[in-house]
Design a protein around this ligand. Structure first.
Ligand code: PSU
Ligand code: MN
Length: 306
């Protein structure tokens, strides 16, 4: 696609990496605006970028500011996304509206994947993906992150999905959508705060090189869409599933009581959980995203060498 005349600005650092064909890792901004509270969100956004640079790749945090898609943010822009109350949660279908309003948008996994693909970025690190919500078979609340994974050629490195979701249904949906799900050095799909969800993955990759090889074969064959790589949180930062279950159930009940639906549900549940664990979950959250960023950088470097 010719990006000239489109409302897209690529940061100098990212453009340089594109021109020199260096590895790049995309980062989303919903996690900054609606996933973690200030000041942890600014701290984590900067730590993620540094983690990626230390691993010899270039970070590209993606957001919409003043109606322009920004591929790569500077410190001031990250601070803005982290604190401004007019920053809207923006999934792929909302991008045109935010641009038309000259507004600000924090991009979800789906929107970030799409924006990354516009400039040819192949690897993206996040915390947890959206998926099929509990009772999704009745409410149809299924994140468009899954749809995007089936169509856009970007590998998404995550810590699995939070158990605010129905992880079993999420994995079934990913199978239907032809999305390869890879456990990174694990046979079990991770559950964000916890290393295991109890649901197995079909493929366990033992190295970044192996993941890169699968990506290349898939795309060389013209098999469209992304790949999902699930990386378990470190043992020392893990919160056991049973501990989290109580907080998650409380959050789900609260959401039902307040009739929270649609795009507001995920941010509501995240906020409830962070409040009720009084920050206990924040340490885990920061640890796992950094781990994902580090693995994503290794994958981007390995893919670049093929
Ligand atoms: N899950 C998390 N943390 C998050 C999100 C999901 O554990 O921050 C964010 C991501 O940006 C994801 C979005 O793409 O929420 C999914 O929202 P929805 O369920 O409305 O599709
Ligand atoms: Mn939803």
């Amino acid at each position: 696609m010719n990006l000239k005349n489109l409302p897209i600005i690529v940061a100098d650092e990212v453009q340089k990496a594109i021109d020199e064909k260096k590895p790049i890792v995309a980062l989303e901004s919903t996690i900054i605006a609606h996933g973690l509270a200030y000041p942890f969100n600014v701290q984590i956004a900067e730590e993620l970028e540094n983690t990626i640079r230390e691993k010899n790749a270039t970070p590209a945090t993606i957001a919409l500011i003043d109606g322009i898609i920004r591929i790569g943010l500077d410190k001031k822009q990250i601070e803005f996304i982290a604190t401004d109350r007019n920053v809207r949660k923006t999934s792929k279908r909302e991008i045109p509206f935010v641009i038309s309003d000259k507004g600000h948008g924090a991009t979800t996994v789906a929107a970030t994947m799409y924006c990354a693909s516009l400039v040819g970025i192949k690897v993206f690190a996040t915390g947890g993906i959206g998926g099929v919500h509990k009772d999704g078979q009745n409410t149809f609340d299924i994140s468009s992150d899954l749809t995007e994974l089936s169509t856009t050629d970007v590998a998404v490195v995550c810590a699995g999905a939070k158990s605010i979701l129905d992880i079993g249904l999420t994995l079934e949906k990913l199978e239907t959508l032809n999305v390869p799900v890879i456990g990174y050095q694990t046979d079990d799909f991770p559950a964000f705060y916890s290393r295991e969800s109890g649901f197995g993955v079909d493929y366990n990759a033992d190295s970044a090189q192996r993941v890169a090889e699968i990506m290349k074969i898939k795309w060389d064959l013209g098999i469209k869409g992304g790949l999902l790589i699930g990386c378990p949180i470190s043992e020392e930062d893990e919160i056991p599933y049973d501990t989290m279950k109580e907080y998650i159930n409380k959050a789900l009940k609260e959401a039902e009581k307040e009739s929270i639906r649609g795009k507001y549900l995920t941010p509501f549940l995240l906020k409830e959980i962070h409040n009720s664990t009084r920050g206990k979950s924040i340490n885990a959250n920061m640890s796992l995203v950094k781990n994902n960023a580090s693995i994503a950088a290794e994958i981007a470097c390995a893919y670049n060498e093929l």
